[in-house]
Design a protein around this ligand. Structure first.
Ligand SMILES: Cc1ncc(COP(=O)(O)O)c(C=O)c1O
Length: 386
């Protein structure tokens, strides 16, 4: 009866419907599901952050509308954190914008810069809002394949001149969801040169900067001289502090880009609950030991999964960062069929690669969000049933 907008109609299909349905059915039947599908930490938010929210929520000053651009004290805490972590200076007044989770900003950003028919350069496979946000803003995603042969980095030389001319935005995301790939400064330098030459804004998604292993420390796009003038970087408290449900993150970078995103947002939301912003400050001031412990936990799980899958003859590389393991399907099957087979035969939930884009076909993603013991059990089930 209602005619959907062309934009909504052209969003990529949600490919997890059947798997979601099968998962719910199996759960309802009392099956023992091992869910490696969702990128949502299983550990609780550290107690002192919960305590900070509890305390702040009792202050009536927190009950009113927040400022659109976030509390200055939060922006100062972000600026300090950034300086310590990456050695980058950010002006808390003009170069930082708190968000209701980084997804919100990532998806709204194209509204500030895309006109009908403009392109945004989007990696494929990717976190889905890069495509969705671009399409909802009237733009067209141009897919940059992330191929194993190129270490899951986009090959910028392959982007045709006609597309370069019409592209306004370019998304990059390292450490990467879903492939677990990482990028180094030489790739960032090449990307910045490309972006400046073609007048394209770089959107760096750094949601997984703190989740890394074996002593590896991801860098920020903002560390590249000149990046701050032509790029914006998105961060999240979700994964670093087990706060996915809280909804808090930020954008930082060029003051013009931050200002434009702020103008879009001021027409859409009215800021983040102040008590939550105060809890966010407490998170950023968390002794980083807690973050290191989190990494150690995921590293133990990663090692158990990689050792187990390798012993089954599966092709897997241990990721240096993120809590995702990107796995080539060890059978003549496609990713949806293989994920369904795993659920039916072993009660293990994984995410089919195709859900992240067409270049994700041939892979599945497993998230390290269950205890090591359950990972070992999952490997055991695979050994017996697949
Ligand atoms: C690459 C990437 N960016 C951003 C996000 C969104 O995080 P937030 O909870 O801050 O919206 C996610 C969440 O899974 C993600 O995987």
């Amino acid at each position: 009866m209602f005619r959907l907008s062309k934009k909504l109609q052209s969003l990529p299909p949600y490919l997890f419907v059947e798997i979601d349905r099968a998962k719910r059915k199996a759960r309802a039947q009392g099956e023992d599901i091992i869910d490696l599908g969702i990128g949502d930490p299983d550990q609780p938010t550290p107690a002192h952050i919960v305590e900070a929210l509890y305390k702040a929520a009792q202050d009536p000053a927190c009950h009113r509308y927040a400022l659109d651009q976030g509390m200055l004290s939060l922006r100062e805490a972000i600026s300090k954190w950034y300086k310590v972590r990456f050695g980058v200076d950010l002006n808390p007044e003009t170069e930082i914008l708190p968000l209701i989770g980084s997804k919100e900003g990532i998806a709204h950003f194209p509204l500030a810069f895309l006109d009908c028919g403009d392109y945004s350069l989007v990696p494929d496979p990717c976190y889905p809002p890069y495509k969705g946000g671009s399409i909802l803003a009237g733009g067209k995603p141009y897919l940059m394949p992330l191929l194993q042969a190129n270490a899951f980095l986009p090959d910028l030389k392959k982007i045709p001149p006609g597309i370069r001319r019409k592209a306004k935005l370019m998304y990059i995301n390292y450490p990467n969801n879903p492939t677990g790939a990482t990028a180094e400064k030489d790739f960032y330098k090449e990307t910045l040169d490309f972006a400046v030459k073609n007048k394209i804004i770089v959107i760096s998604d750094l949601a997984y900067s703190e989740m890394s292993y074996d002593g590896y420390r991801p860098c920020s796009f903002m560390e590249i001289p000149g990046a701050k003038e032509s790029a914006v970087e998105f961060h999240s408290l979700s994964k670093t502090y087990n706060m996915t449900g809280w909804r808090i993150g930020w954008a930082c970078g060029s003051s013009d880009l931050i200002d434009a995103l702020g103008r879009v947002k001021s027409n859409i939301d009215s800021g983040i609950f102040c008590a939550l912003q105060l809890a966010g400050i407490s998170a950023l001031e968390t002794p980083q030991e807690q973050v290191r412990n989190m990494c150690q936990l995921y590293q133990e799980r990663r090692d158990a999964l990689i050792t187990g899958l390798t012993s089954l003859g599966w092709q897997v590389k241990p990721p240096k960062a993120t809590f995702y393991v990107w796995i080539k399907i060890p059978a003549k099957s496609n990713s949806i069929e293989f994920s369904k087979l795993l659920l039916e035969k072993t009660n293990i939930v994984v995410t089919p690669g195709l859900g992240f884009g067409k270049y994700g076909e041939g892979y599945i993603r497993m998230a390290l969000t269950v205890p090591t013991q359950r990972i070992r059990e999952a490997v055991q089930r695979l050994r017996q049933k697949i």
